[in-house]
Ligand binder design. Structure first.
Ligand code: FNR
Length: 388
C-alpha cells in the first residue's frame, strides 16, 4: 500500500478500485465542467499570509456547526449512491465521521436507508432531503428522519431538474449497475468491490424502494429524477417543510445573494453556499468566489457554510477565513471510501485535519474563531466585476 499523504493519493487508488461507471459519476461536472474545475482552481487564486514567531502551542480545530460540537468544521456532504462506491458505503462513511467527530449527512438518494444508518451508528446524523412529488412520501420521510434521531435536515434546493452529465448518460448509470458486456468487463477487474457487493443486500435506493409510490424505474437516475422530483419547489414549500420538520434546517445549494436573502428570511439555521460540486448549472460561479458577497449580505443573519471544490485543509481554511462557519467535503471523502472503505474516509478526514491545523498555525492562528480575512491575500478582482 502506498503512503497516503493527500486527497489526490486516495483518488488514484479509488480510480483503480471502483467500477468506471461510479468513478465517472463522482468525477464529473455538468456539460463543459467549467464550474466543476473552477470550484477547485479558484481556491488557488487566494494566497495565505504567513506569520512567524507566534506562539503555536495549544492549537485546536474544534468548533461548532449549527450549535453542534465538531472536531473541525468539515462535515461529510450528502452524496447519492455512496453505497455503490463501496459496499455499505453510507454506513462506513457515517461511522468514520462519528469517530472523527464531524457531522455526516445522508442523502435521500443513498443506498443504505435512514434506518440502516441509524442502526449502525450511535450519534445523530443529518438527513438531506430532495423534494419528490409524492406528498405522502415526503411526510413519511420527515417522520422517518425524526424516528432515526436525525438532528437536522438539509434541504437541497438546486436540483429540481438534473444537470446533464455526459458520462452518466453514456455509461447508462444505474443502481444497481445494469449488466452490459461493457459494465461486466469493467466490474470483473474490480475484485474487492465485487466481493463487497456480493456480501451485502444493500444495492438499491434504500430510502426510496418500497417507500415511494408510482415510480416505474428508480434504478436509472436521470429518468427517475425527471419523473419523481418536484419541479414546483419554491420558497413557500421550503417554509412548509421547516414547519413540518420542526427542527434544525439547513438550506443547501445557494450561490446567489438574492437567494441567500430568501433563505435567511425563511428562517434557515444555516445555508450552504454550493453549486452542487459543479454538477448542476455549468457556468455558475464557483462557491468560493460567491462566498464573500453572500457573507456581506446575510452573514449577520444566518450561519453560512460552504462546499464545492474542497480538496485540502487549506481550502477549508480559506473558506473559514472568508467567514464560513462550516464546510463540507463530497468527492474528497468518496475518494477515500472507494479506495479503502471506512479507513479511507478516516484517512481523508485526517489528511484535511492535518493540513488545516498546520496551515492555521503557519498563518499565526491557534483557534478556528481567530480566523478572519486578514490571514488571506485575495486578488482585487476575485469576486469579478460584472455589468449590471
Ligand atoms: C453529490 N451531491 C449531492 N448533493 C445532495 O444534496 N444530494 C445528493 O444526493 C448528492 N449526490 C452527489 C453525488 C456525487 C457523486 C457528488 C460528487 C455530489 C453534491 C454534494 O453534496 C456536494 O455539494 C458536492 O460534492 C461538493 O463538492 P465537492 O466537495 O465534491 O467538490
Amino acid at each position: 500500500m502506498p503512503v497516503i499523504t493527500n486527497i489526490e493519493d486516495l483518488k488514484r487508488i479509488y480510480e483503480r478500485r471502483a467500477p468506471r461507471m461510479f468513478y465517472d459519476y463522482a468525477e464529473s461536472g455538468s456539460w463543459t465542467e467549467k464550474t466543476f474545475r473552477e470550484n477547485t482552481s479558484d481556491f488557488e487564486d487566494i494566497y495565505l499570509r504567513q506569520r512567524v514567531a507566534v506562539d503555536m502551542t495549544g492549537r485546536s480545530t474544534a468548533s461548532q456547526m449549527i450549535g453542534e460540537d465538531v472536531a473541525m468544521p468539515v462535515a461529510l456532504a450528502p452524496v447519492g449512491l455512496t453505497g455503490m462506491q463501496c459496499a455499505d458505503g453510507e454506513i462506513k462513511a457515517a461511522r468514520a465521521a462519528e469517530k472523527f467527530g464531524v457531522p455526516f449527512t445522508l442523502s435521500t438518494m443513498s443506498i443504505c436507508s435512514i434506518e440502516d444508518v441509524a442502526e449502525h451508528t450511535t450519534k445523530p446524523f443529518w438527513f438531506q432531503v430532495y423534494t419528490l412529488k409524492d406528498e405522502d412520501f415526503m411526510r413519511r420521510l420527515f417522520e422517518r428522519a425524526r424516528a432515526a434521531g436525525c438532528s437536522a435536515i438539509v434541504i437541497t434546493v438546486d436540483l429540481q431538474v438534473l444537470g446533464q452529465r455526459h458520462k452518466d448518460l453514456k455509461n447508462g448509470l444505474s443502481a444497481p449497475p445494469k449488466l452490459t458486456p461493457k459494465s461486466i468487463a469493467n466490474m470483473m477487474t474490480k475484485v474487492q468491490w465485487g466481493l463487497g457487493m456480493l456480501g451485502t443486500k444493500r444495492r438499491f435506493f434504500g430510502n426510496i424502494v418500497g417507500h415511494a409510490h408510482g415510480v416505474k424505474d428508480a434504478s436509472s437516475l436521470s429518468s427517475w429524477t425527471a419523473e419523481a422530483f418536484d419541479q414546483s419547489l419554491d420558497w413557500a414549500q421550503i417554509a412548509k417543510f421547516k414547519e413540518m420538520w420542526g427542527g434544525k434546517m439547513i438550506i443547501k445549494g445557494i450561490i446567489d445573494v438574492e437567494d441567500a436573502k430568501m433563505a435567511a428570511k425563511v428562517g434557515a439555521d444555516a445555508i450552504i453556499v454550493s453549486n452542487h460540486g459543479g454538477r448542476q448549472l455549468d457556468g455558475a460561479l464557483s462557491s468560493i468566489r460567491a462566498l464573500p458577497a453572500i457573507m456581506d449580505a446575510v452573514g449577520d443573519q444566518v450561519e453560512v457554510h460552504l462546499d464545492s471544490g474542497i480538496r485540502s485543509g487549506q481550502d477549508v481554511l480559506k473558506a473559514l477565513a472568508l467567514g464560513a462557519k462550516g464546510t463540507y467535503i463530497g468527492r474528497a471523502f468518496v475518494y477515500g471510501l472507494g479506495a479503502m472503505g471506512e479507513a479511507g474516509v478516516t484517512k481523508a478526514l485526517e489528511v484535511i485535519h492535518k493540513e488545516l491545523d498546520i496551515s492555521m498555525a503557519l498563518c499565526g492562528r491557534r483557534r478556528i474563531d481567530e480566523l478572519d480575512r486578514s490571514i488571506l491575500m485575495i486578488p482585487e478582482n476575485f469576486e469579478g466585476r460584472w455589468q449590471s
